[in-house]
Design a protein around this ligand. Structure first.
Ligand SMILES: C[S@@+](CC[C@H](N)C(=O)[O-])C[C@H]1O[C@@H](n2cnc3c(N)ncnc32)[C@H](O)[C@@H]1O
Ligand code: SF4
Length: 458
């Protein structure tokens, strides 16, 4: 573990997380409704034909001080109804430009807290989506839930609506940590809650944790991992707390309480990693874990893991993402298109035009190629330039030029045993996965750096 710690300390610089390429700080306001319609039409014949639908529910009953998501305090049910009506109208408008033979393989409700609003709203959206689009029989229907608002009856209602993947935001089991970040604990004992959700294999469970919160110590954080190993969720994520008080003012309060040092955070990450691997989990990327039977592990073995703004997924289950609701980002073959963040303005714009585009980015051909290379490297720790060149219909030398590839630029990583480059094939070692975004930065010719642009790896 000391080895991983020294690697992380050496390479702990600020850089993009590459949940999209180019990253969201490239988006511009010159992208509008017309660009979205044009990109939707093009997406019918280019790239993956499968569809992932993302619905953003930007309301929370109580706001956690650490939160980096786009959300706000819960509004009246009347206001939430208006918001849901706008999503339904947006669904209708978008569906008119999408070929009817394209299948929906994934739906994701995120936020905010989708399980904090009345479930009739969620049902309305799922039913409308099923009416307008064709669904694959094994479609994943996922929801991010705050367990403070889940009891047995509410779980049964969500299952009945069709949800088959539950992501529970635990963050920390320790009630003092939760109090310090203004968060309520789980309503039910989490062991009991997970058993109810997974009864008869009807749904799978992911647990989210954050390391780097006030009052956490290395030992207390590892207690979370030990308890999780007993609960045995299908997936588990340990997020590094992203402290960006210049964007999220509420995070400033946490500085007053005091935050664990980088050194402590690295111990939380690496010791948690070790414990999870010793107890049967496989690592997916740097901070995601899954049981060996989970689809993500199988995809990792076949080097067909994929990633979008909603997290890791398999190429089988994901497609081009159509996002609905305020701040939602659609991820199409040729474009990222983001909706208006302000909820009232989003509702007004959809009422008026059927759409609500605020900003985005249209990708040039070369950028699509760079994105494909960075995604493959980040998800599968492996990039064969020969395989990629033939997949993308370019020569290896053209590909090298487009991604500005030079094996020499990796020399420090090679000397540290973190990557091997042979026959134009980049293969990242198990430890190298901890600094993979630093390696991706070497094949990113558009990399922008500067103060306060990105958070650090740890
Ligand atoms: C939209 S939130 C989760 C849904 C639900 N509202 C909840 O809190 O349980 C998605 C996840 O992002 C993570 N998250 C939020 N803010 C973060 C931050 N500043 N740094 C790292 N992870 C963060 C949390 O682990 C959270 O579970
Ligand atoms: S972490 Fe979840 S519950 Fe807390 S403010 Fe963010 S979205 Fe809301």
């Amino acid at each position: 573990m000391d080895k991983i710690k020294s690697i992380l300390l050496k390479y702990n610089s600020a850089g993009p997380r590459y949940t999209s390429y180019p990253p969201a700080n490239f988006f511009t306001e010159s992208v509008n409704n017309d660009n979205y319609i044009e990109s939707l039409i093009k997406s019918n014949n280019e790239g993956d034909s499968k569809l992932s639908l993302y619905f953003h529910i930007p309301f929370c009953s109580q706001l956690c001080f650490f939160c980096g998501c786009t959300t706000q305090k819960m509004r009246s049910d009347d206001f939430v109804s208006k918001y849901i009506d706008a999503i339904i109208k947006e669904l209708q408008s978008v569906s008119e430009f999408v070929n009817s033979n394209r299948k929906v393989t994934q739906i994701h409700f995120g936020g905010g807290t989708p399980n904090a609003i009345d479930f009739s709203h969620l049902r309305k959206i799922v039913e409308k989506a099923k009416e307008l689009f064709v669904f694959a029989s094994d479609a994943e229907i996922a929801i991010e839930c705050n367990p403070a608002y889940l009891d047995e009856e509410r779980v049964e209602q969500l299952i009945e609506i069709g949800f088959n993947r539950f992501s529970l935001g635990i963050q920390d089991f320790n009630e003092n940590v939760l109090k310090a970040v203004n968060r309520e604990p789980s309503l039910l004992n989490v062991e009991e809650l997970v058993n109810i959700i997974r009864k008869d294999g009807r749904a799978s469970v992911n647990l989210d944790f954050i390391y780097g919160l006030p009052l956490q110590t290395v030992e207390s954080f590892l207690e979370n991992i030990k308890r999780s190993i007993i609960i045995k969720p299908d997936r588990l994520v340990t997020f590094s707390y992203a402290h960006v008080p210049w964007v999220k003012k509420a995070q400033q309060v946490l500085e007053e309480t005091g935050l664990p040092s980088s050194d402590m955070k690295i111990e939380m990450l690496t010791k948690g990693y070790q414990l999870l691997l010793e107890n049967g989990y496989k690592s997916i990327g740097m901070d995601h874990y899954a049981l060996p039977t989970d689809d993500l592990c199988l995809a990792k073995e076949q080097r067909s893991l994929h990633r979008n703004f909603q997290g890791y997924c398999t190429k089988r289950s994901t497609g081009q993402v159509l996002a609905f609701g305020a701040s939602g980002i659609s991820q199409l073959h040729r474009a990222y298109i983001q909706n208006i963040k302000n909820v009232t303005k989003y509702i007004d714009s959809v009422k008026e035009t059927g759409f609500a585009i605020e900003r985005g980015y249209l990708l040039a051909d070369n950028e699509i190629i760079i994105r494909e290379c960075i995604n493959t490297l980040m998800c599968n720790k492996y990039l064969s330039l020969q395989e990629k060149a033939s997949e993308l219909n370019v020569s290896v030398s053209e590909l090298k030029e487009i991604i500005n590839f030079s094996a020499d630029s990796f020399s420090e990583f090679i000397n540290d045993g973190l990557v091997k480059i042979e026959d134009d094939c980049i293969e990242v070692s198990e430890n190298g996965a901890f600094v993979i975004r630093n390696m991706a930065m070497l094949i990113d010719p558009m990399l922008k750096t500067g103060d306060n642009m990105y958070s650090k790896t740890i």
